[in-house]
Design a protein around this ligand. Structure first.
Ligand SMILES: *Cc1c(COP(=O)(O)O)cnc(C)c1O
Length: 389
């Protein structure tokens, strides 16, 4: 009899560097392997498990929806879909939402919207989108093209045209890239996959001002940073800017598949009947999950806790005083440890020691614990990292 691991290796395409753990179940911020071993989860399924694993109220919310229906075609109206859209708009002050199923799909939609906004208003020849070096925007052919990292621009030619890359936090380069053919700038307030790189506050203000001046749309990719991760509901609030469009996915529905792009009044009616769609988009079970997550996360006490726990985590890591820790940076519970060691080796060793961590960029260990993590669990995780760094 083959083991589960052997089956997986034989039958699932080997596109992931799977680590040596078969997860059987979880509770809160702990995961359990099929051998019963316990792990502290500083990864949240790559930032999706906002409320940890198997939260009781979360299970009840999605189970109740499952007893009603698991899917409704987008040709019909369905309550949790309308309610989640309302909630996102009310909380953000934005106008309308489109629901898809993943981050890449959300960014694709945002790109379509931006190009059509410009086409409607200015005609052809104004379709270029600026993104930043070290960004990450997804794995489809178009969002790979949008991703500002050369390693992603191989094999799959031809990529979608019309993207150019600007160095992050570089005002002069931005200005020279903002040519007449540009319709939008897509950016992360904190680059997640690229290494937990923060946008300078000053650059954020500059970016907003220069784009508004030229009627160039701002698309903020909040797929990793959104829904409380950085201590505000949306990271752009921390940077005091208002993009025209923002995209959500990972944390929005607490682990149920989703993706969304959200537009302000200026561009919320650009896409009309037949111009965009998704069979599974706005799944009612996912939307019921999203409503539950937003109910828990969208209050100032919860968000202040996220900020406080993030500060606590970063302070503890800095206080370790390790030579192998070159920098600890982040916001809320999105934390990067720049290290002189090899991040993938740290994450493998951490796993052995009972801690799940992520990596980012070339030299960063990335921590994205569930937003509900306790101080004790932070202490436990840091104690393991102390041994490894
Ligand atoms: C994860 C991520 C994506 C892609 O999301 P998928 O759901 O994997 O398609 C896009 N942008 C950012 C910033 C991300 O972190």
């Amino acid at each position: 009899m083959p083991t589960i691991k052997e089956l997986d290796k034989q039958y699932v395409m080997n596109t992931y560097g799977r680590q040596d753990l078969t997860v059987e179940r979880g509770r809160g911020c702990k995961l359990y392997g099929d051998d019963g071993k316990e792990y502290i989860d500083f990864g949240s399924g790559i930032g999706t498990l906002s409320l940890g694993t198997a939260d009781e109220g979360y299970i009840q919310a999605i189970t109740a929806q499952l007893y009603r229906t698991q899917h409704v075609s987008n040709y019909f109206t369905c309550e949790p879909v309308a309610r989640l859209a309302e909630k996102i708009c009310t909380l953000s002050g934005y106008d309308k939402v489109f629901f898809g199923n993943s981050g890449a799909e959300a960014n694709e939609g945002a790109i379509k919207l931006a190009r059509k906004y410009s086409f409607d208003k200015y005609g052809e020849g104004r379709s270029t989108i600026i993104t930043f070096n070290s960004s990450f925007h997804g794995r489809t052919i178009t969002t790979l093209a949008a991703t500002g990292q050369d390693v992603f621009h191989n094999f799959f030619f031809p990529f979608t045209e019309g993207f150019k890359y600007s160095p992050y936090n570089d005002k002069d380069a931005l200005i020279s890239n903002l040519t007449d053919d540009v319709c939008a700038v897509m950016f992360e307030c904190i680059q997640g996959e690229g290494g937990v790189n923060l946008m300078d506050m000053e650059f954020a203000a500059f970016l907003e001002e220069e784009c508004k001046k030229r009627d160039v749309l701002l698309i903020c990719d909040e797929i990793q940073t959104g829904v409380g991760r950085t201590g505000k509901l949306f990271a752009f609030e921390n940077f005091d800017i208002k993009p025209d469009i923002f995209t959500l996915a990972k944390g929005l529905c607490g682990g149920m598949p989703t993706g969304a792009f959200v537009a302000n009044e200026k561009c919320s009616s650009v896409l009309t009947k037949g111009q965009h769609g998704s069979t599974f988009g706005g799944n009612p079970v996912s939307c019921a999950a999203g409503l539950y997550v937003l109910d828990k996360v969208s209050n100032s006490a919860f968000l202040e806790e996220v900020t406080a726990k993030g500060e606590y985590l970063m302070q503890k890591l800095r206080e370790l005083g390790k030579e192998t820790i070159l920098e600890v940076r982040g916001m809320g519970l999105m934390v990067g440890i720049k290290t002189s060691l090899v991040p993938s080796e740290i994450s493998a060793k951490a796993l052995e020691a009972g801690l799940i961590v992520l990596t980012a960029g070339k030299d960063v260990v990335r921590l994205l614990p569930p937003l509900i993590i306790s101080h004790e669990e932070i202490d436990e995780g840091v104690a393991i990292l102390q041994e490894l760094l």
